[in-house]
Design a protein around this ligand. Structure first.
Ligand code: BES
Ligand code: ZN
Length: 622
């Protein structure tokens, strides 16, 4: 290359970099969701009316979805929707007074994205009605046989739409950038109750036909449905719990502080805008801890520990009523706007309701998880708050990074500007963007205008941009320390040194967090006598606390403490919550125990959710 050419190309690289840096905000403003087929820049769905039969014999939903449309670009003559394994029977449009059948094309877009449904829109069409049915393998639904429920008498079905599984049960613009209201009529076997993420009367007669109205506009990933032999118990006038009977009273007791959490969150961030707040306890195969479906949080039963020690999950899902459900990430790359803000609000609420000590313990555990996660990444881009383009599934981006790094970033801002100013700012932010879908750059601009510019010199813009866009964790990240954990560390050291035995730990008043902290830092080569001492003293291998059991199993397997083998098998068959089972399968593979893992999986797999099945298939390389 000639010197001149070289100079020129260096210059153009620099110029390009400068341009790219300057134009980031404009680019961001036009950022389209890469995980949807929808032409939502031209036309948007504003209301959905569902009419569905729940057919347990065939494990399908069948009926219709009527979509009301708003045309943004006047010459638009097609509507492109997301679907996944839906059988489309017919499509009708309503224009100039009458319904008529219209043409459509279903085109496969691969495993992840599903099929695009392109519908011909005659001039002036403002509604389409799609007659369809789901497939028994729908990725967003789980169908349980009566034997797979606690009551053993009736089947159960529930949805999990986030991130892009709504399309497997509703033909929709499946992107968080689009919001719509919805209504629904759901027909079920007469003995069962249907629930949705919508307005519902807890005392509705059970007659097999249920109507729902969701008057607030929500993105598709917050559409939810569950059908089963469910009972209701009130916790307050506006808060209650739905569950199978076996666990209803225990759940109502475990989550009795939910109304206090509600008060605390409202006091901090403004009124709860969604009407009722109910909890639905799902069967143990529910693949997540919790899911913030509006008005009706879906929950795993594995957080019912009997001592209210795992209730931060309620604070979390409730917090989503502000961060996520009210102010939503416009594309999944910006999921930290949902999960990081929610983790921050969760911790603030925990502090209000349970005090600083517990809140700090949760911060310490969260940061430790984050550091471990970041250390394990091959691609550093995964440790930036804004995820890279081109992930195989948006769910890949839901690591500890958006949750814990997002939380640390907001706590950094809180520390810098002071709690009072930051609280006022956050409250105003939720109000400003309520019922909107935004990008990180929108947050940055709002922060700049409302906190940085009015308080010059408190933070450096470059540092703030590094928090948002750069990989890794900055040195300025908050460093929580917990006195309770320091005591646990000392106790652990004395136990490992043989100075005290398990009966002398002084652990009578430990809550789950302290146990997790104690177990997680036991050395992998700890002597077998010490495993046995702990196990015979505290029955850890058969503890009913699913989180403690998980930590104990991970450690025991690693160390070759084989007493846990049968309990682990039983655990993996009983529980389908990803966070608790994926790492166990992975550990077994890493320990060259794939054959054994496979044997257990063969028994467990039929009880797992399709999402969990896909994930564990991959871990076991099936
Ligand atoms: N919205 C998430 C669950 C989710 C994320 C489902 C992405 C599908 C795709 C929910 O709010 C959540 O974060 N759940 C956590 C619990 C929380 C306390 C960290 C979970 O399920 O473990
Ligand atoms: Zn969340």
């Amino acid at each position: 290359m000639s010197a001149k050419k070289y100079l020129l190309s260096t210059f153009s690289v620099i110029l390009f970099a400068i341009l790219a840096a300057c134009s980031a905000p404009e680019e961001a403003a036009n950022e389209m969701d890469e995980f949807t087929f929808a032409n939502y820049d031209a036309i948007v769905v504003r209301h959905v009316d569902l009419d569905l039969d729940v057919d347990f014999d065939n494990k399908i939903l069948t009926g219709s979805a009527e979509l009301s449309l708003e045309i943004l670009k006047p010459d638009t003559n097609t509507l492109i929707l997301d679907t996944r394994d839906l059988a489309i029977k017919a499509v009708f449009t309503e224009a100039s007074g009458g319904w008529q059948e219209t043409g459509f094309v279903l085109e496969d877009g691969g495993n992840l994205m599903g099929q695009s449904l392109t519908i011909d829109l005659p001039e002036g069409a403002a509604k389409v009605r799609i007659e369809y049915q789901t497939s028994p393998g729908a990725s967003g639904l789980q169908w349980l046989t009566p034997e797979q429920t606690a009551g053993k008498e009736y089947p159960f079905m529930f949805s999990q739409s986030q991130a892009i599984h709504a399309r497997s049960w509703v033909p929709i613009q499946d992107t968080p950038a689009v919001r719509f209201t919805y209504s629904a009529t759901i027909r079920t076997p007469e003995a069962l109750l249907a629930l949705m993420s919508a307005d519902q009367d807890p005392y509705t007669p059970r007659d097999g036909e249920y109507s729902f109205e969701m008057p607030q506009a929500i993105p598709a990933y917050l559409m939810a449905i569950a059908v089963g032999d469910l009972e209701f118990q009130a916790i307050s006038d506006t808060v209650g719990v739905y569950a199978e009977e076996y666990i209803l009273a225990a759940a109502a007791e475990e989550f009795s502080e939910t109304p206090m959490m509600m008060e605390a969150t409202e006091a901090l961030y403004g009124p709860y805008l969604w009407g009722r707040y109910d909890l639905l306890i799902l069967p143990p195969s529910f693949p997540f801890g919790g899911m913030e479906n509006p008005r009706l949080t879906f929950l795993t039963p594995t957080v019912i520990a009997g001592d209210k020690s795992l209730t931060s999950i309620i604070a979390h899902e409730l917090a989503h009523s502000w961060s996520g459900n009210l102010v939503t990430n416009a594309t999944w790359r910006h999921a930290w706007l949902n999960e990081g803000f929610t983790s921050y609000v969760e911790n603030r609420v925990m502090e209000e309701v349970y005090g600083k000590d517990r809140a700090v313990m949760e911060q310490v555990l969260g940061k430790a998880d984050l550091l471990e996660t970041i250390a394990g990444f091959e691609d550093p881009a995964m440790s930036a708050l804004v995820m890279p383009y081109g992930l195989n599934d948006p769910f890949e981006g839901f690591t500890d990074v958006p949750y814990q790094k997002g939380d640390l970033f907001l706590r950094y801002l809180e520390q810098k500007f002071g709690r009072e100013k930051f609280d006022t700012f956050l409250r105003a932010y939720f109000e400003e963007f309520a019922f909107g879908s935004i990008l990180s750059e929108d947050f940055y601009s709002y922060l700049d205008e409302n906190l940085m510019s009015p308080n010059p010199g408190v933070v450096e813009p470059e540092v703030i941009r590094a928090w948002i866009y750069d990989p890794g964790l900055l040195d300025v990240a908050p460093e929580p320390t917990s006195d309770a954990f320091t005591l646990v560390s000392e106790t652990r050291a004395a136990f490992l040194a043989g100075e005290i035995s398990a009966t002398e730990l002084g652990s009578e008043a430990w809550i789950t967090h302290q146990w997790l902290y104690f177990i997680n830092a036991l050395p992998d080569d700890m002597a077998m006598e010490l495993f046995i001492d702990l196990d015979t003293t505290f029955d850890l291998s058969v503890t009913a606390n699913a989180e403690i059991a998980f930590a104990w199993y991970m450690k025991s397997l690693q160390a070759g403490y084989l007493t846990v083998v049968n309990p682990v098998e039983e655990y993996l068959i009983r529980i389908g919550r990803g966070k608790l089972i994926y790492p166990l399968y992975q550990r077994l593979v890493d320990l060259n125990q794939r054959d054994w893992a496979l044997k257990v999986y063969q028994k467990a797999r039929p009880g797992y959710h399709p999402i969990a099945q896909a994930r564990i298939d991959a871990i076991l390389e099936l």
